[in-house]
Design a protein around this ligand. Structure first.
Ligand SMILES: NC(=O)c1ccc[n+]([C@@H]2O[C@H](COP(=O)([O-])OP(=O)(O)OC[C@H]3O[C@@H](n4cnc5c(N)ncnc54)[C@H](OP(=O)(O)O)[C@@H]3O)[C@@H](O)[C@H]2O)c1
Length: 319
């Protein structure tokens, strides 16, 4: 499991508990804590420490090993680089660019659409809010199709307190998820400010318009809810809801980088290729990166300020 944060830590812990041979790949203080104290996994109603094997460097691999990549998209190339090219790679990430990046280097690539609300803001600790299972994971061969490994993965996940589903059209799910993740930057910049709500509709509509113009199919929120219904819902932990999504967490940790180039930036890129203006996504991409670079606190921009910046960018027209 390359990247053992919110998503990688949760999937890794659940597979480990399900009896699978898991190795977490981590770095820095998180690696040191995992090695010394184990992984503390907090779920609704349970707080446990698991001794999942961990490394901070590549290890000799065996036949049958699979690389599951769960870093942020901006770390994909560096994280995959040291690993042998004959291994299958599964991109358990948001955005739609990682699979193509991996396929330049690795022969066998799988997409995983991750609906798994989790939090990682402290070394060694991951909180997973999904209940009664921790997450819904669609898995399929990239760019499309399914095979024995995809089926095996879905079965293993499904037996490990997750919901694993094989999908021959995994990228359709990932494009649907991308539309939801366009809101990540709004939450990272403005927090849960209700005055920012109109931006949420705008950013999604702009993204959907671009995908439609490009002829890219995407799953709907209704389809996603139907898949999760009764199997994975979000529950509070210790009486508190999750403080913020994965981009919010990047700012909260002061990590210096954020995934916006691969979320809002994907819509901006497609819009530029098609000649369609995308002012809302452009401003969110730009401002989220500025916040990360300047290590600004999440939620420290007012909705009014953000709406003003979007208005200015829209008025400037297509350049
Ligand atoms: N969090 C959620 O609830 C959620 C839900 C659905 C999907 N996702 C998606 O899942 C993906 C992972 O997000 P996340 O929230 O789990 O991120 P995260 O908590 O930041 O975890 C990623 C981990 O990967 C580590 N990492 C980066 N490069 C590495 C390298 N070269 N070697 C070893 N470790 C490395 C990071 O270390 P550093 O901290 O040192 O950078 C971090 O510990 C993203 O695409 C995200 O959008 C997240």
């Amino acid at each position: 499991m390359i990247g053992a944060g919110a998503v990688g830590g949760t999937i890794g812990a659940r597979l480990h508990q399900g009896g699978h041979d898991v190795l977490l790949v981590a770095r820095g203080a998180h690696y040191e804590t995992l090695r010394e104290r184990g992984l503390r996994l907090i779920t609704p109603g349970r707080d446990q420490t698991l001794r999942v094997p961990v490394t901070d460097r590549p290890v000799p691999v065996r036949d049958g090993d699979v690389l599951i990549l769960a870093t942020k998209s901006q770390d994909t190339v560096t994280a995959l680089d040291p690993w042998p090219r004959h291994l299958p790679v599964v991109c358990a990430q948001n955005g739609v660019a990682n699979e193509r990046t991996a396929l330049r280097r690795f022969e066998q690539v799988y997409g995983m659409c991750v609906w798994l609300p989790a939090l990682h803001t402290e070394p060694g600790v991951v909180a997973a809010y999904g209940w009664p299972r921790s997450g819904l994971l669609h898995v399929g061969r990239y760019p499309s199709g399914s095979d024995e490994l995809a089926k095996q993965l879905a079965t293993d996940l499904d037996r490990s307190r997750l919901v694993g589903v094989t999908s021959p059209e995994v990228m359709r799910w990932k494009y649907g998820k991308l539309l939801t993740n366009l809101a990540n930057a709004v939450e990272a910049l403005c927090g849960p400010d209700p005055a920012a709500r109109p931006i949420l509709d705008k950013v999604r509509d702009e993204g959907a318009g671009v995908l439609e113009a490009a002829g890219i199919p995407y799953s709907t929120q209704k389809e996603e809810r139907a898949q999760r219904d009764g199997r994975v819902d979000m529950r509070a932990i210790g009486g508190a809801a999750r403080s913020g999504g994965s981009s919010w967490q990047s700012l909260a940790r002061g990590s210096g980088s954020i995934e916006a180039d691969y979320l809002n930036g994907e819509i901006v890129l497609l819009g530029r290729e098609l000649g369609i203006p995308t002012p809302v996504n452009e401003v969110l991409r730009r401002e989220a990166n500025r916040f990360a670079r300047e290590r600004r606190r999440p939620g420290s921009m007012t909705a009014e300020e953000l709406i003003g910046l979007i208005g200015e960018r829209s008025a400037a027209g297509f350049r």
